[in-house]
Write a protein of this length. Structure first.
Length: 97
């Protein structure tokens, strides 16, 4: 098992444990800083089901019956139109740049 898979597994165990990061890290011999890094990466990986294609990121999503429509314009001029009411997904689009 490579390091990222092992760390993602530990992060998922921690999320289910109800312990603080500090409490969880001690018996596993991991620094809180290192664990926090991997927890952030796992959270992002879990939220985005993405496939990089030609410099763009394709995000899969559920069909929405909402008429809410948003446009994200990145500093490089790329525009992304998003239709739906999942504000967490919209936040991910904003943070991609």
């Amino acid at each position: 098992m490579d390091q990222s898979k092992a760390m993602f597994k530990l992060v998922r165990e921690w999320r289910e444990s109800g312990l603080s990061q500090s409490e969880f890290c001690k018996p596993h011999g991991i620094t809180v800083a290192k664990f926090g890094y991997w927890a952030g990466k796992e959270k992002l990986a879990g939220r985005l089901t993405a496939e990089k294609v030609g410099g763009f990121v394709q995000i899969s999503s559920q069909q929405s019956t909402s008429s809410d429509s948003y446009q994200v314009v990145y500093p490089n001029g790329v525009k992304v139109n998003y239709q739906g009411n999942d504000l967490a997904r919209l936040s991910q689009l904003i943070k991609l740049y």
